[in-house]
Design a protein around this ligand. Structure first.
Ligand code: ADP
Length: 263
């Protein structure tokens, strides 16, 4: 514990060498968790020491996507996280009562995120990725308070209606000490058998979020990558072997790995 009695969060200490990225989206279903799981696996495959904290209380899906079936083990007063694809994984879902939804209110969520950051034995990490719930709710605010040095990665689809809400998720940074490092446009297109690209969700969403955030935040917010729709990406998530591991040469995996290396 710190001198003021608050739990000690190593990632928030001055001089911490761990880069912390909070992966955010405006709404659910845009692939935020898929992107988080694949970035983590890609970074670990590159030899980085990586942890993922799944704080998406509404749709905790990281354990399945990374193929984690066990819970953290308690050793003294610390929790040892399970490891999959060389990634240390802790999910709020691992602590949810069996068969029940998580119906925690703000203060409990804050406490839970704080505990995951302070009581889990993460060891020395190069990168910690946080999978935030969609939107700008309690957890996003807690993360901004507990980890002011964390950087936000915004995931959106190309659809302009989706981009508008995604931009709001990034704008949390304007009111906190956080910064937005860039935008990932997921589900950008579908490669068809005849070689053409079908823009199933339209186009321009990534650029719109990038331009909107750059204007408000006053600095460049690049589109870090565009990830195509790919059945193998979905299958990898369902099967617990991320596409960057299962099909590393597929276009979606290549695009995700490029994003991971840009962070
Ligand atoms: P979110 O975390 O934003 O709610 P998920 O990562 O859970 O979104 O993705 C929603 C669904 O879409 C999942 O079934 C996932 O496998 C699928 N999905 C996400 N991105 C892609 C993609 N690029 N190609 C194919 N399926 C995808």
């Amino acid at each position: 514990r710190g001198g003021d009695g608050a739990p000690r969060i190593p990632f928030a200490e001055p001089g911490s060498l761990t880069k912390v990225f909070a992966v955010a989206s405006g709404k659910g279903g845009v692939g935020k968790s898929s992107v988080t799981a694949n970035l983590a696996a890609a970074m670990a495959a590159d030899g980085l020491r990586v942890g993922v904290l799944d704080a998406d209380i509404h749709g905790f899906s990281i354990p399945r996507m990374l193929g984690v079936t066990t819970k953290p083990t308690r050793v003294d007063d610390m929790l040892l996280p399970p490891i999959a694809h060389e990634v240390k994984v802790v999910s709020i879902g691992m602590f949810a009562p069996q068969g029940k939804a998580v119906v925690w209110r703000g203060p409990m969520l804050h406490r839970a995120v704080e505990q995951f950051l302070s009581d889990v034995f993460w060891g020395d990490l190069d990168v910690l990725l946080l999978d935030l719930p969609p939107g700008t709710g309690d957890v996003a605010i807690s993360v901004a308070q507990l980890l002011p040095g964390s950087q936000i990665v915004v995931v959106t689809t190309p659809q302009l209606a989706a981009a508008e809400v995604a931009e709001r998720a990034g704008l949390v940074a304007a009111q906190t000490e956080q910064d937005v490092v860039g935008v990932v446009e997921n589900m950008a297109w579908l490669d068809q058998p005849d070689g053409t690209r079908l823009e199933l969700f339209g186009s321009g969403g990534g650029d719109a979020v990038s331009a909107g955030l750059a204007e408000t935040l006053g600095h460049d917010v690049p589109v870090l990558g565009r990830i195509p729709l790919d059945v193998r990406l979905r299958e990898g998530g369902d099967g617990g072997v991320p596409v960057v591991v299962a099909e590393p040469e597929s276009p979606a995996a290549v695009a995700l790995r490029d994003v991971a290396r840009s962070l």
